[in-house]
Design a protein around this ligand. Structure first.
Ligand SMILES: Cc1ncc(C[n+]2csc(CCOP(=O)(O)OP(=O)(O)O)c2C)c(N)n1
Length: 373
């Protein structure tokens, strides 16, 4: 059996001290170690965990993700279009429930045999985690080389590999909303472009992360800046990426979300609020549609996002009826940073002849990392 504490300490010595994940009983002792001895963010789902760890990497950390193999399916979008496209390496641990030849629950029957094949299809390097420290250390060194080259590496963990590590009592983060401003007036319904111009004007020294699709493309045209990141895939993970950065660095971070994107991973609101970084501003530009894919409707008209964010525990949750109000709340956050959510209803449609960033995702990432670090 692998001594979890020795192994975890070895990882820590190598610089891996930031973890995010969703639990699996096969990995529980490593998760317990991470919670006891490192920074661990309990994500709402495995894709969020990947994006949170990716954010920590952008802010200079060596980061780790932990998941059950059933959750690898939740993580495929960020693994294939965030980590791969932006060349953001993370160290992963995925359990092997449903290993062929070992009796397990019916839900793992297919996932067990296809886990390593899925990693290979995603071009993720992997090894079965050894059950002794000498071999596991060598494996870690190999993994570390891949990470240094910008490639994600996963350990596949079989049943009974890790020795017991008892979970210490961890005080819960108790968070609560302090300032709530709800819709109380008619909306101006500005274009997304004019909202982005305002955000760009008031961002100061903050990192600006724009969600998938036309939001990133428009921000690029408003101003292409070293502090920007234009998400190209991995829909719904923009605020998780922001969370990873803001927990790992004192720089201010602005996540610009869309209604389709936010609803795809709305559990992330609870995680963001629970970890409650002061330096994070989450702006939702809600045009009630999937504008980037042809303007098909979303169900956002039924959702009171400001109240959702407030009930999750965002310190400030503000409804902006206009670009001016958006600006006012941004200035307030710049002066007195606290985890803040701002919703602004925007018009459907985008700038005419909207182009696409000429810079490649990994070049954007390299530039952003220099900016942050
Ligand atoms: C996982 C995933 N599903 C679907 C898509 C295709 N897609 C790209 S942008 C987009 C719409 C995003 O909608 P929203 O966040 O509301 O932003 P908007 O386009 O309205 O600015 C969709 C569906 C994707 N990139 N990734």
């Amino acid at each position: 059996m692998l001594d979890t504490k020795l192994f975890g300490n070895k990882m820590k010595e190598m610089g891996f001290n930031f973890y995010s994940g969703v639990p699996c009983s096969f990995l529980k002792y490593l998760i317990n170690y991470a919670i006891n001895d490192c920074d661990y963010v309990m994500a709402a789902n495995e894709g969020d965990a990947v994006a949170i760890s990716a954010g920590a990497y952008l802010a200079g950390k060596k980061s780790v993700v932990l998941m059950q193999n059933s959750g690898l399916t939740n993580a495929t979008s960020p693994l294939t279009s965030l980590n791969y496209s932006f060349k953001i390496p993370v160290l992963g641990f995925v359990s092997l429930r449903g290993e062929p030849g070992i009796s397990d629950e019916p839900q793992h029957e297919l996932m067990g045999p296809i886990t390593t094949g899925m990693l290979e299809l995603m071009e993720v390097k992997w090894e079965y985690l050894a059950d002794n420290i000498d071999e596991a250390q060598k494996q870690l060194e190999r993994a570390d080389k891949f990470i240094a080259e910008g490639q994600t590496f996963f350990f596949v963990v079989k049943k009974g590999t890790l020795s017991e590590e008892v979970l210490k009592e961890v005080p819960r983060n108790i968070v609560e909303n302090k300032n709530l401003i709800q819709k109380s007036n008619d909306d101006e319904i500005p274009t997304r472009n004019s909202a982005l111009e305002k955000i760009n004007e008031l961002k100061e020294d903050a990192v600006c992360l724009a969600t998938t699709g036309k939001t990133g493309r428009e921000l690029y045209e408003v101003e292409d800046s070293d502090s920007n990141l234009y998400m190209v895939g991995s829909m719904g993970t923009i605020s998780s990426l922001a969370l990873g950065i803001s927990l790992s660095h004192e720089k201010k971070v602005i996540a610009i979300d869309g209604d389709g994107s936010l609803m795809m991973r709305m559990g992330s609101l609870a995680t963001n609020a629970s970890y409650n970084p002061k330096n994070m501003l989450h702006i939702l530009l809600d045009n009630n549609c999937h504008d980037s894919t042809g303007g098909q409707f979303t169900c956002s008209h039924n959702v009171d996002f400001v109240n959702v964010a407030a009930s999750c525990g965002y310190v400030n949750a503000f409804y902006a009826h206009s670009v001016d109000e958006l600006g006012k709340y941004m200035e307030q956050w710049q002066k007195e940073p606290n985890l803040t959510f701002i919703q602004l209803k925007t018009a459907k449609g985008s700038k005419k002849d909207l182009g696409r960033p000429k810079i490649k995702p990994y070049e954007v990432k390299d530039r952003l990392m220099k900016f942050i670090n």
